[in-house]
Design a binder for this molecule. Structure first.
Ligand SMILES: Cc1ncc(COP(=O)(O)O)c(C=O)c1O
Length: 204
C-alpha cells in the first residue's frame, strides 16, 4: 500500500479508531510509523473513553499540517482546550494505560460471552469481527430485511443496527446486524442473544 501511495504521490488515511482493542494478539503497529510522510493517522477518544468527549487526534505529514489546521479552525474554531488538557493529564499520569489494560479484559470477556450465546441461540448464523473492536456483526439469512428486524428488536427493548447504512454501496454484501456488547452486563448479553433469536424467528 505504501509503495502504491509513494508511486502515485498520494496520502493514505489510517483511521485507527479502535486499534487499542485487539483480543487475539498484540495490537497491530500503525502503518504511520513506517511512512510518516505518506500516512495521515487518525485516532479518537471515542472508543477508549467516551464518544461524548469529542476529542480525536491526527498525526500528519508535515506538508499537510497548515491545511489541516486551517480546516479545523474553519470547521469549529478548535476543540475545547480544558478538555484536551484534562485528557493529556489523564494520559501522562498513566491512567489511560491502566484503563486500557482493564477494559481489554472486561470487553474480551463480554465479547466471548456474546459469541458463545449467539452460537447457542443462533448457531447457523456466521459472526464476524470478533478479533478486535467493541462490536461484532451477525450475518442474517439471505433475503432478510434488516429494517424489519431492527424495528422488531426495538419493540422488544433490544437496540441493534442494520449494517447497510455503514456500507459504501448498500447492496454489496449479505444482510447483517451490528451488535455492540461493551456497555452490557453479562446478564444482558445472555438475555439479549436469546431475545434476538426469538426476534429473528418471528421475522422469518
Ligand atoms: C470508521 C470509524 N472511524 C472513526 C470513528 C470515531 O469517530 P468519532 O471520533 O467522531 O466518534 C468511528 C466511530 O465509530 C468509526 O466507526
Amino acid at each position: 500500500l505504501l509503495t502504491w501511495a509513494e508511486q502515485r504521490g498520494v496520502f493514505v488515511v489510517e483511521d485507527d479508531y479502535d486499534g487499542e482493542y485487539r483480543y487475539d494478539r498484540e495490537p497491530i503497529g500503525a502503518l504511520q510509523g513506517l511512512a510518516p510522510e505518506r500516512v495521515v493517522y487518525i485516532g479518537s477518544a471515542s472508543k477508549i473513553l467516551a464518544p461524548a468527549l469529542r476529542i480525536g487526534w491526527v498525526l500528519s505529514p508535515a506538508c499537510l499540517i497548515g491545511d489541516l489546521t486551517r480546516a479545523k479552525l474553519d470547521a469549529d474554531r478548535g476543540s475545547p482546550a480544558l478538555d484536551q488538557l484534562a485528557l493529556a493529564a489523564f494520559i501522562n499520569s498513566g491512567h489511560l494505560d491502566r484503563h486500557l489494560r482493564r477494559t481489554r479484559l472486561v470487553y474480551s470477556r463480554r465479547r466471548a460471552l456474546l459469541a458463545t450465546a449467539l452460537g447457542t441461540h443462533l448457531p447457523k448464523l456466521p459472526i464476524r469481527g470478533v478479533a478486535a473492536g467493541l462490536h461484532l456483526t451477525l450475518e442474517l439469512p439471505p433475503g432478510s430485511d434488516e429494517n424489519t428486524i431492527v424495528a422488531e428488536a426495538g419493540r422488544r427493548g433490544l437496540r441493534v443496527y442494520g449494517i447497510s447504512v455503514y456500507r459504501a454501496r448498500p447492496k454489496i454484501g449479505p444482510p447483517a446486524l451490528l451488535l455492540g456488547y461493551c456497555r452490557l452486563s453479562e446478564k444482558q448479553i445472555a438475555e439479549g442473544a436469546k431475545a434476538l433469536a426469538s426476534v429473528l424467528e418471528s421475522c422469518q
